[in-house]
Design a protein around this ligand. Structure first.
Ligand code: KG4
Length: 316
């Protein structure tokens, strides 16, 4: 079976074509601005403008036509309303035109599910991106969020700090590079609240300390990463302990960070659980993960009517 997936929850429009075993195409276009941040209306316009060319590119890359597609999947949320509407409308239009079934997919779940294409069976997922920070896993036949940020996403916190330092957007890779030259840990607020996380305090204090001019930026970048990542690892470890699962996966744009990978790997080794990070193009926002999750849902018997906008079904 072949699934076509359309991702468009935020500033990336992605179209993926997959079978259960492989990715046939995974193409994207991200709306970037110099200062970062996303305007929902501009994201929607971007997706509407690029849908057709990206769809053509994906079909060409996969070497198929729309007739070969068995199911159409689209990112149903969470995300920016105007962007979600463009994607859902496009998916419906294609489903009607080509008389194909349609499946709405939860974006966060798709980030974790795509790891199953690589043999992962039943993981605890740490999903870290610009807008989202969640620890989630399947329990009792449903995905549950074990912990999440109470304020901003970790990627957003890092990007905002980088903007304050004047080193541009996206800040993640730049902060990671600076942090490698950090020599001294600077105290920043550590915030794990139960199973949840908070990054706004770290951000405010890092910015305050930077503005005093008394600290090396490398030390601040290093301390920012160490503090925020330790909190992410702690909550992930708690979820592993709670669920008794033996696999951990790291997904989302911030999964590119080598220090975060290293810290999670150490935790996984200490606990005797497996650790996996998918290739970066399947970690960031992408259409292949939507296609793959939609295909698995469809094969599990989940059916959507064309008018359906809310996920009601149990995910198996
Ligand atoms: O999943 P993603 O592509 O889409 C959004 O949700 O926006 O994630 C983008 C985020 C940005 O915040 C970016 O700074 C962060 O991923 N990122 C990193 C690194 N590479 C990208 N964060 C930390 N270290 C990195 N090497």
């Amino acid at each position: 079976m072949i699934a076509l997936g359309i991702e468009g929850t935020a500033h990336t429009l992605g179209i993926g074509i997959v079978t259960e075993k492989e990715v046939l195409a995974n193409v994207f276009d991200t709306l970037t601005t110099e200062k970062g941040g996303i305007h929902p209306k501009e994201a929607a316009e971007h997706h509407a403008r690029l849908l057709k060319p990206l769809l053509m590119k994906a079909l060409k890359t996969a070497g198929i036509t729309m007739e070969d597609v068995d199911v159409i999947a689209f990112s149903q949320g969470p995300g920016l309303g105007p962007a979600l509407r463009v994607v859902a409308t496009a998916a419906r239009a294609l489903a009607i035109k080509y008389n194909k079934p349609i499946v709405g997919v939860n974006h966060c779940i798709a980030h974790v599910e795509i790891t199953k294409m690589f043999g992962v069976k039943d993981p605890v997922g740490l999903y870290v991106s610009g807008g989202n920070t969640q620890v989630l896993a399947l329990e009792g036949g449903r995905y549950r969020v074990f912990g999440e940020t109470l304020d901003i996403g970790i990627g957003n916190a890092i990007d905002t700090f980088a903007r304050e330092l004047g080193i541009g957007f996206p800040g993640g890779p730049k902060i990671e590079k600076l942090a490698l030259k950090g020599r001294r840990y600077v105290e920043l607020p550590y915030a794990v609240k139960g199973m949840d996380l908070s990054f706004s305090g770290i951000l405010t204090e890092a910015v305050r300390k930077y503005r005093t001019g008394k600290y090396r930026v490398e030390d601040l970048a290093y301390s920012f990463q160490e503090t925020a990542f330790a909190a992410l690892v702690e909550v992930t470890e708690r979820a592993v302990a709670h669920t008794g699962k033996d696999e951990v996966v790291l997904v989302g744009g911030v999964a590119a960070n080598n220090r975060l990978r290293e810290m999670l790997k150490i935790m996984a080794q200490d606990r005797g659980v497996k650790f996996f990070v998918p290739p970066y193009d399947l970690c960031r926002d992408n259409g292949a993960m939507i296609a793959y999750t939609g295909l698995r849902m469809f094969k599990a018997g989940i059916r959507f009517s064309l008018g359906e906008t809310v996920v009601k079904q149990k995910f198996r």
